[in-house]
Design a protein around this ligand. Structure first.
Ligand SMILES: Cc1cc2nc3c(=O)[nH]c(=O)nc-3n(C[C@H](O)[C@H](O)[C@H](O)COP(=O)(O)OP(=O)(O)OC[C@H]3O[C@@H](n4cnc5c(N)ncnc54)[C@H](O)[C@@H]3O)c2cc1C
Ligand code: FES
Length: 258
């Protein structure tokens, strides 16, 4: 059930110039977060920012009631959040949206494809898949190595592969050009820039692979009331904040010309 709660920041890590990670502790309860769900963060102390900001859950630890958020600084809201430190409070509405489907059979070949800050929810997903005995292939891409904020920690959950446009790390080129992308898979999960997700979904459709994508449409209310986040799917206009953010790519055929 959705909650509105003050969390306490218990750790803050700067990851290069553009990214930072906050570890937040709930005052008492269980989190009950499914990989791919997101939170709406209240940005206090910034007059320009009226609306909460949607941020994916990067990781969730039910034993310690801790959440991690991986945030890219892009505007006033995220810049203000970057100024917060250990001991500060952060008010969250959570958990929001529908997360990734976890209906994969034992031994299934699963590929996770992330781009830039879009890799954020894939970390929690990789942890949960690994805890179920799967060994996912995790393919992370970015224009350069420093624009892939979290890399090595993914390796504990499966086979970690990197693709960078400039060749500064891993395979030189797009994630869809990485040789491992062409291998057979039972399921692909992807989150990142829309052109990347669309290319991943197009290839998955051509190869008959089930593909789940996490859309990051601009949001206002974040809870299904304002309709500003709708995506025109094959099943009609669906609210990314409520019916998504994760959708099966098979309902995005018209939107993405799959
Ligand atoms: C479901 C969901 C999950 C998200 N998860 C994360 C996450 O884990 N980590 C993270 O860093 N960001 C995430 N985002 C994006 C994040 O919400 C925006 O970057 C943030 O709201 C920008 O706020 P701001 O005030 O700093 O910038 P603003 O001043 O609001 O915007 C600055 C620039 O960023 C662009 N922008 C704002 N929101 C989005 C968006 N949703 N998609 C693309 N461009 C946007 C604006 O067009 C503008 O150019 C997520 C968005 C959604 C919808
Ligand atoms: S952001 Fe208001 S309905 Fe989705």
């Amino acid at each position: 059930m959705k909650q509105v709660t003050d969390f306490t920041i218990v750790a803050r890590e700067q990851l290069g110039n553009q990214y930072f990670m906050l570890t937040l502790r709930h005052p008492s309860a269980m989190l009950n977060v499914v990989p791919g769900q997101f939170v709406e963060v209240l940005v206090e102390g910034c007059r320009e920012v009226m609306l909460r900001r949607p941020i994916s859950v990067h990781d969730a630890d039910e034993r310690t009631a801790e959440l991690k958020l991986l945030i890219q600084i892009v505007g006033n809201g995220t810049r203000r959040l970057a100024q917060l430190g250990v001991g500060d409070k952060l008010n969250l509405v959570y958990p929001l949206g529908n997360g990734f489907g976890l209906d994969v059979e034992a031994g299934a070949k699963v590929l996770l494809v992330g781009g830039g800050a879009g890799s954020a929810p894939l970390y929690h997903l990789a942890r949960v898949l690994a805890s179920r005995g799967l060994e996912p292939t995790i393919l992370l891409g970015g224009r350069s190595a420093d624009l892939i904020p979290v890399k090595e920690p993914f390796a504990q959950f499966g086979r970690l592969l990197i693709a960078t446009d400039d060749g500064s790390l891993g395979h030189r080129g797009l994630v869809t050009e990485h040789p491992a992308f062409a291998e057979p898979y039972d399921r692909i999960y992807t989150c990142g820039p829309t052109p990347m997700m669309r290319a991943v979904a197009q290839s998955a459709a051509q190869r008959g692979i089930d593909c789940q994508v996490s859309l990051e449409n601009m949001m206002a209310c974040g809870v299904g009331a304002c309709l500003c986040c709708v995506a025109g799917t094959d099943e009609g206009n669906l609210r990314v904040c409520k019916e998504g953010p994760v959708f099966n790519a098979k309902i995005l055929k018209k939107l993405w010309n799959l």
